[in-house]
Write a protein that binds this ligand. Structure first.
Ligand SMILES: *Cc1c(COP(=O)(O)O)cnc(C)c1O
Length: 238
């Protein structure tokens, strides 16, 4: 591993969260830190877990499945944060507690159907394409309210809020505008009578901006685990 220790890195992130929360007059405990472990090994997850992380985020269904199996005895809350194809929904419906990347009804419906009645609701967020670029994931802003209402009617999943991934390399002002836009949309959803309590936004390089705009869940990979390199499967489940 090319960075000193996950524990040290995590402490650094926790300090950044505390400072950003303080600056925004918010309680640091009101912000859930999701450790994004994609491309990192089961051992790295164990190390982060031992250091105090309880929420983990994964992007790829197959990798997620392998890790869940290895770590099934640990009290981990799994957040699926990757693009989800319809042929990969089952593993997520059966093993995740959260999905942050719903952008169409068909996926939400499958997740609800595949979620066992005996399990608690699957918590979901709608990913919004706030920059409205056609090649980006997320639902368009104009589709948000109708989609939220449709999801509300599904029995085994529970709509919790909104999620976004801003463009890379935005100026600080433009970044703040995108986070502010998601918060504004969140308020609109809420005013439409849909109960939401989650704003999933903020990554390693912009968590301060996101917390200033009201993020309740931040998704942090690099700042905890170091730079990602593509890994093969055997390495991941070491
Ligand atoms: C990879 C990923 C993250 C973590 O990004 P870092 O910049 O490494 O903190 C957060 N959210 C999503 C959706 C991701 O795919």
């Amino acid at each position: 591993m090319n960075h000193p220790s996950i524990l040290q890195a995590l402490k650094g992130v926790q300090l950044r969260i505390a400072k950003a929360a303080h600056a925004a007059c918010r309680a640091p405990e009101s912000i859930c830190l999701i450790a994004v472990s994609k491309h990192f090994s089961v051992n790295a997850i164990r190390e982060a877990y031992a250091a105090g992380c309880q929420h983990f985020g994964e992007n790829y269904a197959q990798e997620f499945k392998a890790k869940v199996m290895h770590l099934r005895h640990d009290d981990i809350t799994w957040h699926f944060i990757g693009a989800l194809q319809s042929n990969k929904t089952r593993i997520v419906a059966e093993h995740a507690q959260w999905v942050h990347t719903i952008d169409r009804f068909s996926i939400a419906k499958r997740l609800s159907e595949q979620r066992a009645d005996t399990l608690p609701h699957l918590n979901v967020c709608i990913q919004v394409n706030i920059s409205a670029e056609p090649q980006k994931h997320g639902c368009f802003i104009t589709d948000l309210l109708p989609l939220a209402k449709e999801i509300m009617a599904l029995p085994n999943i529970r709509l919790r809020g909104l999620m976004c991934v801003p463009n890379q390399n935005l100026s600080c002002t433009a970044l703040n505008e995108q986070f502010a836009l998601l918060r504004h949309l969140y308020q609109q959803v809420s005013e439409a009578g849909i109960l939401v309590d989650v704003l999933s936004m903020g990554m390693s390089h912009d968590l301060e901006n996101a917390i200033a705009e009201g993020a309740t869940h931040i998704r942090i990979g690099t700042a905890i685990f170091g730079q990602r390199r593509k890994q093969n499967k055997s390495k991941i489940t070491n």
